[in-house]
Design a protein around this ligand. Structure first.
Ligand SMILES: [Zn+2]
Length: 458
């Protein structure tokens, strides 16, 4: 390779240019689509060569190349900062208006932070463009970069009547590079009527994507200084700081304390959410496979505006339907008496009807009585009171019956058993283990009269 570098610079550049163009120019031939990949790999040869290839791929290609070639698009998306800093502002290479908008945003923040050092400048730009790639959906970004809509482009011209940077773009710039002081300054200029943001990406979403809890904090502290109706307008579903949605997403996946912070703000400053919203949060915080985000479930279960618990029958229903046994235990820890309720709302009955072993186990671990007897709502059973096992038997749910029996549930006399295979098998096995009595098999049982069944003693 030393020989290659010995070439006069112009010749070296020409060779690289030809290499890249021939690889990109032939993309219409399917098997050659990967040639750009091969050329890209040549960057490993040496740094000069790498820089030259990158410059050729990123700065010299017309928009169409990116539309035509998937591999080229991938390269840009993977190395967005490099592309954005190298692409030449030539008509036909990039959507100029969009590029101009981004440049205004970066210039603004560089100037606000008073950054003059070249290295710091480059670092900040890199941060900005990396964030851009993370917060904006790839399809939209692709359109914004290389479309041919001109000045009418939806992604470019919203709020862009003149060259003055609108308040949303300034706010976004500060958020994207986590410039907290600038952010606090711009916040005061925002008003509730201005939902329109950069690409429709909302501030909380950007901060959350970056894991920037400080920005979320700054926004919440700012909101707290506003009169109550303004806070409500800014945080409702049409507002720029739409809080219910971000709580929902945060509860589902964040390992930190962001959900707690947001819920604390909500509790203190906003009217209590509607039941279905709260229940949606609970649903989002339950996870049947992992206990990693149990702290989020705790946060939402402890959310009690005005000191009133929000844990209702539907909360238990939700957690029994979607949660792990740890989740169920967390809810029941907050229920005064786990054995209180009817066949419709006592936790153990809800769990049994959910048909989920995890739910029943959670109840048992939380100390629920497996023999809890409540007035019956199943007329066909001819019983005044029924137990969880009765319900499981009635539902022909052998798995749940087994869990209840293992936890010590009393098994009713054989004359009360259903003649369905799965449950019968479980009950018969359990009785033979408990009493060493051999009961009739299912076929024989099915042919017995009720009187005969009642005669079986054990
Ligand atoms: Zn467009």
């Amino acid at each position: 390779m030393a020989n290659l570098l010995d070439l006069p610079v112009e010749v070296f550049q020409m060779i690289t240019h030809d290499l890249v163009s021939s690889a990109i120019g032939n993309v219409t031939v399917p098997y050659q689509k990967s040639r750009i990949n091969d050329v890209w790999k040549l960057r490993a040869v040496c740094r000069t060569f790498a820089a030259e290839i990158e410059r050729n791929v990123f700065s010299q290609q017309p928009k169409e190349s990116y539309y035509d070639c998937y591999v080229l698009r991938r390269l840009v998306m993977k190395r967005l900062p490099q592309y954005m800093m190298q692409v030449k502002r030539v008509p036909g290479n990039i959507n100029e208006d969009f590029q101009a908008r981004l440049q205004r945003m970066t210039s603004y923040i560089l100037q606000k932070l008073d950054i003059k050092d070249e290295k710091q400048r480059a670092d900040l730009m890199e941060k900005f463009y990396l964030c851009l790639g993370r917060i904006i959906d790839e399809y939209r970004l692709r359109h914004a970069l290389w479309c041919n809509c001109g000045p009418s482009c939806f992604h470019v011209n919203q709020n862009q009547q003149n060259t003055e940077l609108c308040v949303q773009d300034r706010f976004c710039s500060a958020l994207m590079v986590e410039a907290h002081d600038v952010l606090a300054g711009v916040l005061a200029e925002l008003s509730s009527t201005e939902r329109d943001t950069f690409f429709g990406v909302l501030p909380f979403y950007i901060a959350r994507t970056l894991g920037d809890t400080k920005s979320i904090d700054i926004i919440l502290r700012y909101l707290e200084t506003r009169p109550s109706p303004v806070q409500v307008a800014l945080t409702n579903n049409d507002g720029i700081f739409c809080i219910q949605t971000i709580i929902y997403t945060t509860l589902a996946s964040d390992s930190g304390t962001t959900a707690q912070t947001l819920l604390d703000y909500y509790k203190k400053n906003l009217p209590p959410p509607e039941r279905h919203i709260y229940n949606g949060w609970v649903r989002s915080a339950t996870n049947q496979r992992s206990t990693q985000n149990l702290h989020n479930l705790r946060a939402v279960l402890d959310f009690n505006p005005g000191g009133r618990t929000r844990i209702l029958r539907e909360t238990i229903l939700t957690v029994c339907a979607c949660g792990s046994h740890e989740d169920v235990q967390e809810v029941l820890k907050r229920v005064e008496d786990v054995d209180k309720g009817t066949v419709l709302n006592a936790p153990i009955f809800i769990a049994v009807r959910s048909g989920r072993i995890a739910a029943v186990q959670g109840c048992i671990q939380a100390g629920a009585n497996v023999d809890l007897a409540v007035p019956s709502n199943i007329p066909t059973l001819h019983k005044d009171t029924i137990t969880p096992l009765d319900v499981a038997m009635n539902r022909n749910d052998g798995y749940i019956a087994e869990v209840l029996i293992k936890a010590g549930a009393t098994i009713p006399h054989i004359s009360q058993w259903p003649g369905t295979r799965r449950v019968y098998k479980v009950l018969r096995k359990a009785v033979s283990e408990r009493t060493k009595v051999k009961l009739p098999d299912l076929r024989k049982f099915q042919h017995m009269s009720l009187a005969e069944r009642k005669d079986i003693q054990y």
